[in-house]
Design a protein around this ligand. Structure first.
Ligand SMILES: [Zn+2]
Length: 132
């Protein structure tokens, strides 16, 4: 996937959520079609950690079932790095289990910045985020 398209409202909603959870990492799922996000799911970070996330399995399952029954696909997974880095961590690479865009919100100088990545077989590449 070369790019992922989000609306300004979706982008703002995710920033508000990750900001509300900081200094803990926050996470969630992005559903849609092809490379366009239609719905943002906020998921509780069961790890309650500032340096890693584990999605609450019930919330994750409920969201995946909703996505399936609404004829959408899982197109992305987002999480935050409240203290950086602005890129994927070794843990992110090791734990990337889905062929979707990983969106990382990193807080740098008190501003949240989002970047997208494709992670496969231990390597990653950047995916452009189009915010419309
Ligand atoms: Zn991470």
């Amino acid at each position: 996937m070369q790019s992922l398209t989000l609306t300004k409202e979706q982008h703002q909603k995710m920033i508000a959520y990750v900001d509300s959870q900081a200094p803990l990492e926050a996470c969630g799922l992005l559903a849609g079609h092809d490379s366009k996000v239609e719905t943002v799911f906020e998921v509780t970070n069961q790890a309650q950690s500032p340096v890693r996330f584990v999605m609450d399995p019930i919330e994750q399952l409920n969201a995946l079932e909703w996505i399936d029954s609404n004829d959408m696909d899982l197109v992305g997974i987002f999480h935050s790095h409240p203290t950086g880095p602005e890129t994927v961590s070794p843990t992110d690479i090791a734990e990337a289990a889905y062929a979707v865009v990983y969106v990382i919100f990193a807080r740098v100088d008190n501003t949240w910045r989002a970047r997208g990545f494709w992670i496969k077989d231990g390597v990653y590449s950047e995916v452009a985020l189009q915010i419309i």
